[in-house]
Design a protein around this ligand. Structure first.
Ligand code: SF4
Length: 492
């Protein structure tokens, strides 16, 4: 049976021949996709289907898993001279299924690739070039190539209007520039996948670009603990060091140029002890004013807006957790909200928070710019809250600051200032064992049980319970972090 290169495999091959080899030869060993990646794929499919509405007389070619069968069906459909969705054609070892083909009066066709991004990216040009190359090889004259992507300025008002939702850009000349190189690239790929063993490709920046490679756990497992890749935002230095054969932080030569944060890391990992800048922490803590409000949102950001007055990928909170500490030493009071169903949660969240957050006191959030952004977006749709959001912005305190500025750094953070790393390092409390233990899963599960079909009530309630626990730990964890920082500098 011939080995066919599909568009996605061609793109994988451009990124890394080793990854491509595994896809053809040892696919079972490639780790599965994360729930977040699956959600991205799902959104992509939904966006693709929405684009079909722009061509009401279009014909969808039903999927045949054999390229030859698909090509036969697609060739028959061509004769109808109507827009075709997902028509598949073969040329040599190339197999392409383009999103939309639109007939022109002169017998040629326009090729449209639909993407759920909000702009044209380099990798989009590569995959459209692959489609054009294959289609033309199969005897279909392609006149123009378009990329149809999401218009990020679109604001939903009533039913989604695909004409406004999408932007269509003519990328013909950019695609044509890439055509001459395709066959050579493909030959190298076909040769590589025909070998008994995988090509010896070293890890590098390509492991994350243009896509996060799912093989990273396998390929990067040679790294020792305390390795140079945990240098905070230091991938350039880390690759330089790796080139020189230096993998451990402890082995970095003293004359190697490291910034202040990296020097803190090297020292902390060398001694196994936390770096503590008491003055910096003290200054940060001195900004806090009681009552203290610890706030955290969980959000969704669908490619196709769900609620009126939202844009594609706009972060919409569906849940908050709020702990309030009235005065020093007081027992925290907990408040929470989890949107009960598929109604727009924003008015209720704004109304409740306006009441709960009062007129004074610091509002503490981890990476508080995100909470502010969500509130501003929500107030854009409900302008009666705009002034209030402006007012509370001045009360926000970002608990990320002491860690982002390295006032505190513990080796257990492994280069990260995220709360998921800081909380256990500083307090011993972890997210381990939680049914929902990160924001991506929270978003995915909320979408699934709220908008998915055929969800059983006990599944829905279980997820909602897990969401409540997860969000509560985020704000409870902030209290614990603040207390631990206070202990370090001798304040309460
Ligand atoms: S992790 Fe990197 S080296 Fe390994 S297969 Fe993926 S891209 Fe290639």
């Amino acid at each position: 049976m011939p080995k066919f290169l599909s568009k996605s495999r061609y793109i994988s091959g451009l990124q890394c021949l080793k990854y491509l080899w595994f896809q053809f030869n040892r696919k079972k060993e490639i780790p599965g996709y994360t729930s977040e990646t699956l959600e991205i794929f799902k959104q992509g499919r939904i966006v693709g289907e929405l684009a079909h509405r722009l061509y009401p007389d279009g014909i969808k070619i039903t999927r045949d898993w054999q390229p030859a069968g698909m090509s036969k069906k697609s060739n028959l459909a061509l004769q109808q001279k109507k827009p075709l969705f997902e028509a598949g054609f073969i040329y040599k070892n190339f197999y392409a299924i383009a999103d939309i083909l639109v007939p022109n009066d002169d017998g040629s066709w326009d090729l449209i690739e639909v993407k759920s991004s909000t702009k044209v990216k380099d990798e989009n040009l590569q995959d459209t070039a692959f489609q054009k190359f294959t289609y033309e090889g199969a005897g279909i004259k392609i006149k123009k190539c378009f990329l149809m992507h999401i218009n990020n300025e679109y604001v939903k008002e009533g039913k989604i209007d695909p004409k406004e939702y999408f932007k269509k850009e003519d990328i013909t000349s950019l695609v044509d520039e890439l055509l001459p190189g395709i066959e050579k690239e493909a030959d190298a790929m076909l040769e590589a996948i025909g070998q008994n063993d995988f090509p010896d490709i070293k890890v590098g920046p390509h492991c994350d670009s243009p896509y996060e490679c799912p093989m990273q756990d396998l390929c990067w497992k040679f790294l020792p603990e305390d390795n140079v890749f945990i240098l905070h935002r230091g991938s350039k230095s880390a690759y330089d060091l790796m080139e020189r054969g230096i993998l451990k932080l402890a082995d970095i030569p003293s004359d190697f140029d490291l910034n202040d944060h990296h020097l803190i890391q090297v020292k902390a990992h060398g001694s196994g002890k936390a770096h503590i800048d008491k003055e910096g922490i003290g200054e940060f803590l001195s900004e806090l004013k009681y009552p203290l409000y610890f706030l955290d949102f969980e959000t969704i950001a669908p490619a196709i807006p769900i609620y009126d007055q939202t844009r594609p990928y706009e972060d919409v909170p569906f849940q908050y957790s709020l702990h309030v500490v009235e005065k020093e030493g007081a027992k925290p009071k907990h408040y929470s909200y989890l949107a009960p169903g598929d109604v727009d949660p924003r008015p209720e969240i704004l109304k409740k928070l306006k009441k709960l957050l009062g007129d004074s006191g610091s509002i503490v959030a981890y990476n508080s710019g995100y909470e502010v952004k969500c509130l501003k977006y929500a107030a854009r749709a409900y302008p009666e809250f705009e002034k209030w959001v402006e007012e509370i912005e001045g009360r926000m305190i970002d608990l990320w600051v002491p860690f982002r500025k390295f006032f505190y750094y513990h080796p257990a953070q492994a280069g990260s200032g995220s709360m998921k790393k800081v909380l256990p390092a500083l307090t011993g409390v972890t997210y381990d064992g939680m049914e929902i233990g990160d924001g991506g899963t929270a978003r995915f599960e909320y979408m699934r049980v709220t908008f998915g079909d055929g969800i059983k009530e006990d599944d829905r309630q279980k997820v909602r319970g897990a969401l409540e626990k997860y969000c509560e730990l985020d704000t409870k964890g902030m209290i614990d972090i603040l207390r631990a920082l206070g202990d370090l500098v001798g304040t309460k």
